[in-house]
Design a protein around this ligand. Structure first.
Ligand code: AMP
Ligand code: ZN
Length: 136
């Protein structure tokens, strides 16, 4: 399955996907990229992002994805992108199994009030310590 990638030239995580900014890679496939957080909040803290630019969970839309460059050109930019989120969760489950993590937290911040500092969809995966609820 190939997918047309949208890239925001100003976006930090698009630059990481492109290799223009270095990162400590955990995993990569055609659709997503995982790398360790530069400012870890737990003994294990990595981020999983779609390779294509999606601003946040708030921009996730059901519908068929533009799987080829040709269909992407003939489709509006709002064509579905939700499938990549399901894929990312399957990747998270597998990576955590590989790391021997049985308990962990997956977090995605949406918007300024929730503390989203990078406006490219990302899921934090945190593990290796006790955690409290509710989060701050
Ligand atoms: P958020 O605040 O939820 O938007 O999460 C953004 C995360 O990206 C923060 O946890 C940052 O520490 C992390 N971050 C920022 N720049 C980099 C980078 N160059 N490499 C890895 N992680 C980064
Ligand atoms: Zn981006």
């Amino acid at each position: 399955m190939s997918q047309m990638l949208h890239r925001d030239p100003e976006c930090l995580f698009c630059k990481i996907v492109a290799g223009d900014i270095p990162s400590n890679k955990v995993y990569e496939d055609e659709l997503c990229y995982a790398f360790y957080d530069i400012d870890p909040q737990a003994p294990i803290h990595f981020l999983v992002i779609p390779k294509t630019h999606i601003g946040s969970v708030a921009e996730v839309i059901e519908g068929p994805a533009p799987y080829t460059a040709e269909s992407a050109l003939s489709s509006p930019i709002t064509t579905g992108n939700a499938a990549v989120v399901g894929h990312i969760f399957a990747v998270i489950a597998q990576l955590c199994k590989d790391l021997g993590l049985e308990s962990y937290r997956v977090v995605s911040n949406i918007g300024d009030q929730a503390g989203q500092s990078v406006k490219h969809l990302h899921f934090h995966v945190l593990g290796g310590r006790d955690m409290t609820w509710p989060p701050g």
